[in-house]
Write a protein that binds this ligand. Sequence first.
Ligand code: NAD
Ligand code: IPM
Ligand code: MN
Length: 346
Amino acid sequence: MTAHIVLLPGDGIGPEVTAAARLVLEAADARFDLGLSFVEHDFGGIAIDRNGDPFPADTRIACEAADAILLGAVGGPKWDGGDLRPEAGLLGLRKALGTFANLRPIALFEGLEHLSPLKPDRAAGIDLLIVRELTGGIYFGQRREGDDHAADECAYSAEEVERVARIAFIAARGRSGRLTSVDKANVLATSRLWRTTVIRLHEAEFGDVTLDHMLVDAMAMKLIEAPAWFDVILTENMFGDILSDEASVLAGSIGLAPSASLGKGPRGLYEPIHGSAPDIAGQDKANPIGAIMSAAMLLRHSLDKGAAADAIEEAVRAHLADGARTADLGGEMGTMATAEGVAGRV
Ligand code: NAD
Ligand code: IPM
Ligand code: MN
């Protein structure tokens, strides 16, 4: 059986980290006989340049027919301020695929503890999973943009909250059994709906999971103060965006952090959490490990190939344990050499 993977390399370092992840997937395919097939499509800024649309129709059709999609990153100064934005394509893709739950695991790698900006005793034991709502909230509300007035609506339905909360509860059950739900219920109506919906689902179906609630400002502080205390963190779209960048740095670099965006079926969208990093694009400097770990998540969640996913994650750990580092980790190894190192270990 063939597994159809659509690659959306995108902009900036996107093509570099996507090529790296593909190399590692091909190594896993050679070892585990996964039957992977790859096809690339324009997406983001490059798609604006070539097609006048960040999310062209043929890209959409290919993604809807795929088993999984691996995305690099989109955006960059070239398109800032234009009428068409690469980032709008990304929101359109997430919405079109219905990938409402974005899983962002962040853990310390052995040997990289010293790269955390936290003192060793505070960084020790960081191993958390952020479950970010991805297709609702302020990203998708009504927008009004004028010269002297602008508004972004933040809206959630109970159903939107419940479906992503269910994924977070199930994830917590498979980990330490603890879930922290993050909101701003002291101010926002959407947050009060969020909290009551999470509490209702907890009482109805997940009494075995320990649930607590935290306001997002306190969470931003606690993540620095005691990150190892947290296990699964559930939050809405924009809070999840911000907290996950913050959390990624606690483990050394945003270049290490992967993500999986899931909806109803097995098809998923996989992307490192970082952006197009225009400051280092085209220099073979980008850390591809976030993209490579995203590829491992793709195998596990969309293709049910857990052993191959484990092999990639193990190869990444072995590669890093050998002292091989990209510039963001204080080393000199390039993007493709990193990919070759990991692929060789797979
Ligand atoms: P960024 O994540 O691109 O970069 C932030 C910093 O982290 C930069 O110093 C960059 O060099 C570094 N960095 C990021 N990824 C790295 C990697 N793999 N290896 C080493 N260093 C890495 O964030 P930004 O600069 O705020 O955004 C740049 C552009 O990317 C913007 O247009 C933004 O909209 C877009 N963006 C896209 C995505 C996505 O496609 N999913 C995500 C975030 C930002
Ligand atoms: C991310 C990015 C995107 C987001 C942008 C580029 C739209 O920051 O994937 O984290 O905010 O979701
Ligand atoms: Mn982000």
